[in-house]
Structure formats: C-alpha cells, structure tokens
Design a protein. Structure first.
Length: 154
C-alpha cells in the first residue's frame, strides 16, 4: 500500500538516509561511485534470497551454459559466504539429531554449524585424498550393528 508506513525490523525508510552518494577510490586508481536508488538498495537489508540482479545474472548464466531451466520449480540463493551457505544447506537437509558422516578431523566452523541441530556426527578418518574408504566401510558396518541408531542417508 503506497500510503502505509512499514514498521518491520530492518527496513528503515531509505529516503531518510543521510548520504547522497558514496565515492570509493581503489588502489589501482579506479573510482567507484554509488548514488540514487542503487545506494539506497545497498544501504538496506537485502531479501533473504540475495541481491535480485545478481540472482538474475546467475540464472541467465545457468540457462546459457547448462540449458534452459524451469525457474518455477527451482531458484538461486545468494549467500554472504561459504559458512552461511553450508548452514542453510544443513538446516534444509537435516533434522534434529539426524546421523551425519563427518570427516575426522572436522572443520571447526562446520562443527559449530551442526551443534545446534544436535546432529549425531559419525567421524570418518581422512587423508590427503579425502575419506579413507576402508575406515568408511568399518564405520558403516559398526553403525549397522547398532539397532537403536539410524544409518546416515545420502
């Protein structure tokens, strides 16, 4: 509604920002300037799925190099980094207490991602080539003998 005032969290009135433009001078001598609607947009919170024009760029790339996609049944999610992307994926695929094979040693950032989900982490030893197949087989065989423990799914 055009005459309504939205009081939701994280959506300040961008017309009230005190900036008219932002100038950034890069070390290579390049100067970048942002103003107008673009500046208002970058100073505001973006939609949870990411910056719309970047999503469109990725969709166009996908269509061009991998064939036309059905964007009615799939989408592109842009995150601020690998940690956030991993967390979103884990939260989408796993439920509370689900079993999950993890490499041993496990990346500390990943351990923090799965901690709130109380994931049943099943460590598998790794070497320079990844998970050691013999150890993976051993872990899965031992797990299959535990009647009260679910097997990890792919």
């Amino acid at each position: 509604m055009p005459d309504s005032l939205f009081l939701g969290v994280g959506t300040p009135n961008s017309d009230l920002y005190p900036f008219e433009s932002v100038l950034v001078n890069l070390k290579d001598g390049t100067t970048l300037e942002m103003s107008g609607e673009r500046l208002k947009m970058v100073l505001s919170y973006l939609p949870s799925a990411g910056y719309g024009p970047l999503q469109t760029l990725f969709k166009d790339f996908q269509d061009k190099f991998h064939g036309l996609q059905d964007w009615d049944v799939k989408d592109v999610l842009v995150t601020s980094g690998a940690q956030e992307g991993t967390a979103l994926t884990i939260n989408m695929l796993l439920g509370l207490g689900d079993p999950l094979l993890v490499q041993n040693p496990v990346y500390p950032g990943f351990a923090e991602i799965i901690r709130p989900m109380e994931v049943d982490a099943i460590p598998v030893n790794v070497d320079g080539d990844g998970m050691i197949p013999e150890h993976l087989i051993q872990v899965l065989e031992e797990r299959s003998n535990l009647r009260d423990k679910a097997m990890p799914k792919n």
